[in-house]
Every structure is written in structure tokens, then in C-alpha cells.
Design a protein around this ligand. Structure first.
Ligand SMILES: [Zn+2]
Length: 128
């Protein structure tokens, strides 16, 4: 478990680098205030209102790798469930406030993440 960190995971860094290399400028951990709550997506395009999360498979209970730990289930399960619940809540709050929200799993291929991100940026660019 020691290797799992809350932010700056490898897939997240890889995606940031790839976007940066394309000349795209984003804010990292930019706090967005929605209905009195502060939400910090991993990558934020403020002008185009695109918020990106790269969710860790363990902490966010990915259907493929998010097996709940067998030890200390009494401790972990509610904690992980709260994470998932907060993810949903944050996604809804941001969408209601007009943001395009993209949630990736950290196991998704970088290429796929890039394609989805670029397409969302294009859509929002066209809408400006
Ligand atoms: Zn996964």
C-alpha cells in the first residue's frame, strides 16, 4: 500500500506530459468552488471548463482491479465506499455547474486518455 499516493500517480503525470507536449496548458489541482465545496480535479482547463480526474484503481474501486482488501474490511469498505460516493457527488456538482467532467481509471491506456481529452477540448472550443 505504501506505493499508493493520492495525487501525482504515474498515469496522471504521463497524461499531463502528453498534453503539455501538445501545447495544451492546464492547471494542476486547481480548486473549483461549487456550491460551497472545493473540488480539485487532477487536471483543469479553466477556460474550456474541462475537469479531468485520473482515478486510482484501488482508492476509487475500479471494477477491474478495485477488489476490496480482505483484511480489515470493517475499516476499508466504508472508507472506499465514501470515496466512490464523493466521486459521484463531485462529478454531478461540476456537471451541474457547466463543467465537462472526464474520469479516467489509472489503468486506461495513455492514448485513449489523450484522445478523449482532446475531443472534449475540441467540443468545448467549438461551443465558445
Ligand atoms: Zn483498474
Amino acid at each position: 500500500m505504501a506505493a499508493i499516493r493520492r495525487s501525482d500517480t504515474k498515469p496522471e503525470i504521463a497524461l499531463r506530459r502528453a498534453l503539455h507536449a501538445r501545447g495544451l496548458r492546464y492547471r494542476k489541482d486547481f480548486p473549483i468552488r461549487v456550491e460551497g465545496k472545493l473540488i480539485r480535479p487532477d487536471i483543469v482547463f479553466t477556460r474550456r471548463q474541462v475537469a479531468i480526474f485520473v482515478d486510482g484503481c484501488f482508492w476509487h474501486c475500479c471494477p477491474e482491479h478495485g477488489r476490496k482488501p480482505t483484511n480489515n474490511t470493517g475499516y476499508w469498505s466504508p472508507k472506499l465506499e465514501r470515496n466512490v460516493e464523493r466521486d459521484h457527488q463531485q462529478t454531478h456538482l461540476l456537471r451541474d455547474a457547466g463543467w465537462t467532467v472526464i474520469r479516467f481509471w489509472e489503468h486506461e491506456p495513455l492514448e485513449a486518455m489523450q484522445t478523449v481529452t482532446l475531443s472534449a477540448l475540441d467540443d468545448n472550443h467549438a461551443a465558445e
